[in-house]
Design a protein around this ligand. Structure first.
Ligand SMILES: [Zn+2]
Ligand SMILES: [Zn+2]
Length: 103
């Protein structure tokens, strides 16, 4: 059986994802203030806050805006408007509407 070019395919996929993220992302998410705040938030709350409420321990991978940015832009850099979430909780909150939105 011939070896499948698995690594190449993965690399191409990764490159496409990066390009997608760069061309479609809101510049806010690559801004230094957000990157810095996001890092601090994940350091303070390294576990998913919603899972914790149910005594589950999931590493947080998303920093979610409790009040969405399109509702109140002035809260976008407020620590108390942020929530650390795992991927499944974050997807559940956003539903299918905005699957690629990072926060
Ligand atoms: Zn969770
Ligand atoms: Zn979110």
């Amino acid at each position: 059986m011939p070896l499948k070019p698995k690594t190449n395919y993965q690399d191409i996929k990764k490159m496409m994802n990066v390009r997608y993220a760069v061309s479609n992302a809101d510049p806010f998410y690559s801004s230094t203030p957000w990157q810095r705040l996001r890092k601090v938030k994940l350091q303070q709350s390294a576990l998913c806050e919603d899972c914790l409420l149910q005594n589950r321990y999931e590493p947080a991978v998303h920093v979610h805006h409790v009040v969405p940015r399109d509702v109140d832009r002035s809260k976008e850099l407020m620590m108390n408007n942020l929530k650390s979430l795992c991927h499944s909780c974050h997807s559940r909150i956003h539903g299918d509407r905005v699957p690629e939105r990072r926060a």
